[in-house]
Design a binder for this molecule. Structure first.
Ligand code: NAD
Ligand code: WQD
Length: 339
């Protein structure tokens, strides 16, 4: 069974590639390396002892995608990670985000049937739920977004739904990820953000390593247990394993299905700081600052649908997420070093 991973050199893609190779799948990666390093993929090969071609190219270009199917087929399924993902940047450069993220989805939709490939797993996001009061979030809740990045996920979900409606032989699984953190247990692959991290865990890791001075906690006046924002953090290897379950489902079924991939447990920013300190025996200096514009108070999943239908649930706890995040940072202070 051979699977094409678009964006497979990135954070979630590289961890999923590792899980797929270890499970006996053949993997082909198409990545333009706009936010990743080929070193990630070399390490995946070293960790698994298996070879997987990394094709450096753009997924928005139909001919490039076609050449991958032509030269590296037969491809049985696609996991589509490729996309730009920085919320703030998407507000500044909306056209770049719409063009990259939507053209990539559409190019795949066009080329796959030319090669008889009908199954695709899509990286969507909890951000498509927009601002809603009711928690935990269930897949059938209303959707809507607050920034261009989110809309690219929302519109991609729409495109895939319409394409599957027009051709019922297709099989698309839309995965709405919550907050992936952590790294593979080996510490050889992990998250390598360019510049100053936007997200909480990579920021904490850089404070722990001394690269950044202290954490700014964005607001302690939310209506939550301790006043700081609560999120559903999920270990990236649990997320990777969720893709294996989704892939299996996509190959055996047709139509469109949506699943939350989260743990169902919310943790506050201060919970994360404390858990990181305890797991790693370190102190994370922080100050409370005003809220970050666009943030919501609480966001966590009802994870029961993935459990009941995909027979998957997250296994790794917060301590392990914190330990593995630091293990990666500690051993790779410059990330993959060549970005
Ligand atoms: P990432 O940036 O590490 O990985 C994305 C990869 O896609 C990168 O390697 C990048 O080089 C590649 N890419 C981007 N545009 C491309 C194109 N046109 N052609 C080929 N390759 C291209 O991000 P990630 O955290 O691994 O996220 C993977 C997917 O999951 C993304 O679609 C992201 O939007 C989605 N997602 C991420 C999170 C998160 O918090 N990390 C949460 C929800 C959803
Ligand atoms: C988590 C919590 C912050 C940094 C983002 C995207 C979302 C998805 C995942 C792709 C919040 C607080 C953070 C810091 C802080 N990506 N925080 N100080 O905002 O839940 O989600 O990544 O789909 O679309 O919006 O994640 O890690 O940025 O923030 O206090 O320096 O940590 O306010 O409460 P977020 P995050």
């Amino acid at each position: 069974m051979r699977v094409l991973l678009t964006g497979g050199a990135g954070y979630i893609g590289s961890h999923t590639a590792l899980a797929l190779l270890n499970a006996g799948y053949d993997v082909v990666v198409l990545d333009n390396l706009s936010n990743s390093s080929p070193e990630a993929f070399r390490r995946v090969e070293a960790l698994t002892g298996k070879k997987a071609p990394l094709i450096i190219g753009d997924c928005t270009d139909g001919d490039t995608v076609r050449a991958v199917f032509e030269n590296h087929g037969p491809i049985d399924a696609v996991i589509h990670f490729a996309g730009l993902k920085a919320v703030g940047e998407s507000v500044e450069k909306p056209l770049d985000y719409y063009q990259n993220n939507l053209d990539a989805t559409m190019a795949l939709c066009r080329v796959m049937p030319e090669y008889g490939c009908r199954a695709l797993v899509f990286s969507s996001s909890a951000t498509v739920y927009g601002v809603t009061q009711e928690m935990p979030l269930r897949e059938d809740f209303p959707t809507g977004c607050t920034n261009p990045y989110g809309w690219t996920k929302w519109i991609s979900e729409r495109i895939l739904t319409d394409v599957a409606k027009a051709d019922p032989s297709r099989s698309f699984v839309l995965l709405r990820y919550f907050n992936p953190i952590g790294a593979h247990e080996s510490g050889r692959i992990g998250e390598d953000p360019a510049g100053i991290p936007n997200n909480l865990m990579p920021y904490i890791c850089q404070v722990a390593s001394g690269k950044l001075d202290h954490l700014r906690v964005f607001g302690n006046d939310y209506p939550t247990r301790d006043g700081t924002g609560e999120r559903d953090y999920i270990h990236v290897m649990d997320l990777a394993e969720g893709h294996l379950a989704a892939l299996d489902y996509a190959l055996k079924n047709s139509g469109v299905e949506v699943f939350n991939l989260g743990t169902g447990t919310p943790y506050s920013v201060l919970d994360i700081v404390r858990a990181f300190e305890e797991a790693n025996g370190l102190t994370i200096p922080y100050e409370i600052t005003p809220r970050r514009p666009g943030d919501i108070a609480v966001c966590y999943a009802d994870a029961s649908r993935a459990r009941d239908v995909l027979h998957w649930q997250a296994k790794r706890d917060l301590k392990q997420m914190c330990r593995d995040a630091w293990n990666w940072q500690k051993h790779n202070p410059r990330g993959y070093g060549d970005k």
